[in-house]
Design a protein around this ligand. Structure first.
Ligand SMILES: NC(=O)c1ccc[n+]([C@@H]2O[C@H](COP(=O)([O-])OP(=O)(O)OC[C@H]3O[C@@H](n4cnc5c(N)ncnc54)[C@H](O)[C@@H]3O)[C@@H](O)[C@H]2O)c1
Length: 313
């Protein structure tokens, strides 16, 4: 099958492309390297099953041209602004890269009668549920970041386009994803800061922010096990693991793997690391577990493996 992966040069998208190509699919990647990098996909440049368009998904006419030429059967939408702290200062980034990219892809699918769609959503659509268990039908959905708002807006568009055009859409809402090719986030920050000053570490918030961290290859396995089962309408799954890791524990793990002792931790204070961050949340995972998928790594194991991968870069 010919598939289009929007945002395929990114952290998660590039791992997905590897898995899709391994499965024998022909992959068209569209990415403008806004955050992603050609380093993540350069091993595929000579592969006849892979084509790359370095284009901005918000340029509708260009995107339409790609759909006209390639006519993919399945669209995987992995593109977005993934740096939430950055867009807190400039919400336009979300409107463009998270919301408009979704609208343009769905519009091209409508025009070219493409039915199958996969969307990367996020725990951020739930907003701050104050520790309440979040089922897929949890309500009200009240995001507290521009990122979460544009993802929820994207989900709404997917509902309308799916209903109006008999599309088959699969939405995964996942938490923090980590692993090889990671480009930002708490693990990355701590390593960078400790390389600069191995005696002290500034930690945003009170360090008690506790979240589930999902290993990227676990997520890819989950997508690969489920993308073909998609039915008409919209199917939503929470995807993650029940275990979680606190920010202070991540700091301790980074120090341990880097062989650093007696590092002084300085907390900036407050429950959230930054405005828009949800400090603690709990997913209900019954629905995804009923498909037979389960994460192979706990949150702590994923953190350790990622620290090693980032240090080896
Ligand atoms: N990493 C996580 O923890 C996490 C958690 C929940 C959801 N998600 C979602 O998963 C998806 C992949 O995330 P990621 O961590 O791989 O992020 P990433 O930033 O590495 O990948 C996103 C890719 O989209 C591309 N992109 C963005 N705007 C574009 C545009 N206008 N035109 C063309 N390309 C554009 C970027 O260049 C990048 O390669 C995103 O939708 C993200 O919101 C990620």
């Amino acid at each position: 099958m010919k598939v289009l992966v929007a945002g395929g040069a990114g952290f998660i998208g590039s791992h997905l492309i590897d898995a899709l190509i391994d499965k024998g699919h022909e992959v068209i990647c569209v990415d403008n390297y806004f955050i992603g990098s050609n380093k993540n996909i350069q091993h595929l440049f000579n592969n006849p099953k892979f084509s790359m368009y370095e284009e901005d998904l918000t340029d509708f006419e260009v995107l339409k041209g790609i759909f006209e030429k390639e006519k993919p059967e399945y669209v995987f939408h992995m593109a977005a602004n993934s740096d939430i702290q950055k867009s807190a200062l400039n919400p336009q980034i979300e409107y463009k890269n998270t919301y408009t990219t979704t609208f343009h892809l769905l519009e091209c699918m409508r025009i070219y009668d493409i039915k199958k769609f996969f969307f990367c959503s996020t725990s951020a659509v739930y907003g701050d549920a104050h520790g309440e268990e979040m089922y897929e039908n949890y309500a009200p959905l009240e995001p507290i970041s521009y990122y979460g708002a544009c993802k929820l807006g994207s989900e709404s568009l997917i509902h309308a386009y799916s209903y109006m055009n008999h599309m088959h859409s699969l939405i995964f809402r996942f938490p923090n994803v980590i692993g090889p090719r990671l480009t930002h986030g708490v693990i990355f920050d701590f390593i960078k800061k400790l390389k600069k000053n191995p005696k002290e570490l500034e930690i945003l918030g009170d360090g008690l922010q506790t979240k589930p961290y999902l290993y990227v290859l676990d997520l890819i396995n989950c997508i690969m096990e489920n993308y073909e089962k998609v039915e008409e309408g919209v199917t939503i799954y929470n995807v993650g693991d029940h275990s979680s890791t606190s920010v202070t524990d991540i700091a301790k793990m980074v120090c341990e793997v880097m062989g650093l002792e007696d590092v002084a931790f300085h907390y900036t204070g407050g429950k959230a690391g930054w405005k828009g961050d949800v400090p603690v949340f709990m997913y209900n995972l019954d629905k995804i577990h009923s498909t037979g998928w389960k994460a192979s790594m706990t949150s702590d194991e994923a953190v350790y493996k990622t620290i090693e991968a980032v240090l080896q870069k």
